[in-house]
Design a protein around this ligand. Sequence first.
Ligand code: G6P
Length: 608
Amino acid sequence: MCGIVGYVGERKAAPILLSGLSKLEYRGYDSAGIAVYEKDRLQVIKTKGRLKALSDMIDGGKNMSSTMGIGHTRWATHGEPNDINSHPHLSQSSEIAVVHNGIIENYISLKEFLVEKGVKFLSETDTEVIAQLIEYNYRGDIVEAVMETLKDLKGSYALGVISRHNPEMFIAARKDSPLIIGAGKNENFIASDIPAILEYTRDIYILEDKEVAVLTKDSIKIYNEYGQMVNKKIFHVDWDVDAAEKGGFEHFMMKEIFEEPKVVKDTFNSRINGDLLKQDSLSFTAEQLNKIEKIFIVACGTAYHAGIVGKYLIEDLSGIPVETDVASEFRYRNPIINEKCLTIIISQSGETIDTLFALREAKSRGSKILSIVNVVGSSIARESDSVIYTLAGPEIAVASTKAYNTQLAALYTIALDFANKKNRINSEELKEKINTLKEIPGQIEKVLEKREGIQKFAANHYNAKSVFFIGRGLDYALAMEGSLKLKEISYIHSEAYAGGELKHGTIALIEKGTLVLCSVTQDALIEKMVSNIREVKSRGAVVMAITQEKNKLVESVADTVINIPDISSMFAPLTAATVMQLFAYYMSVLKGCDVDKPRNLAKSVTVE
Ligand code: G6P
């Protein structure tokens, strides 16, 4: 996820680009850059770090006279965040500059093709390939060169392209990554999101997949992928700026929950090729895996809860014993860990100090480190032997939602990879499971459609003083995250219990009206959970159950049922998690809490 802005008009472009980018920093903030047409050439200024560093470098852009340019704020996916990997990227002759949001999946083969033709690359990014390919395809018509290039790109993109040959115009294109066009008077804009240009215009065209737009200061021409002109309706924005930054959602948390289908799909796509798991230099060989006797999964908070799901999956699928640990405990408990162990470190930020020190502890004892991290180039990523990046993009709300779902997504692919290499599943079973994974983004969308039922339930119970979450197996792992989400943002006391453990003490707390949330998605454990529901119901509890549509037995005992689509037990957490997150969200909103910035919490905890 990155932010793009483009301007062509009569005013100085650089200050407008910087101001637009400042509204998009929520989309990425590890580096920033602009390209403008200045003194008969394309001038690119870019730097690692926050936008302020760029703005300081060019003194707010006020001394640059160009009236056309593109800008970018980056959230690294390919190549660490440094000056060279920052956007815009230039073609070899410096005649074409490109900003890009998205992932070009076939960039390696395109790069190999271009290198063979003698093209020299500077960065590690997938984006530079686009700039070089446009130049390779350029025969005097820049629009044609861009159209030709787009045909060869696989993956997702929102693009802004400028060329020294045509300083009066720029080109924009999109597929699976957002891009809008702002129509002004004697000036036009592009941006990844509406807030970036709201100061200048409220008349917007939403670019659709595979459309290409050519903008000059007084014209906007939009073409479909076949080069035919498209007539589009203007969308007039009447939101205020604050709402616009959240994409029209009231809170970042809800916006981020709604991004789950996309980011889970992106994370799967980075690990799956067709119906096979991708193998690259970071993947473990069967021989390496066979030497591993034990796996430790170490993390904090939400990432730790993802790790518990990972434990169930990896043990079940690959047969390798897995121990999970809270990072702050692991560091000081003298863990029995050596070179025959693999440590999986999970962290959204990649900077949590307890997690980082746990990593160092495991490493110093000889363990190999595989990390699952969201922030490219973060400390944890840098110190690991291998890194799987979750492609959740920046998460702004303190309570983690989409990052958790992508951590689960990564763990499923790891568990399947290990199972495959340990010959615990055959190729048919592997394909079947991978195909099930691919259905998950669509199923999360279906869960989002059911949000009203969850909101209604929350509306009747937001005054609850205490809530219990119960489940068995993977549902227990999920219950822990559901409970944490509720505590974090609604300040309601809550506890997660294994369904079978409740009766060993905690059931004493259940009385008339106590709220119990039951996750019941594991086929082999449904009857057991139904008994647990009966136990709490007979003591007066009010029960909301999350279960697959097919489980009619659950409907007969729970007070409210939120159905997730029929999906096999193993994969249910990926959709049931979204229900838990929505429940916590609505409880928090109804209680009037500060959803995105709950009291006492920080997004990234870099102190012990
Ligand atoms: C903080 C956040 C949690 C997060 C935890 C681990 O406590 O408030 O939401 O789960 O840190 O963060 P990490 O960045 O390592 O995943």
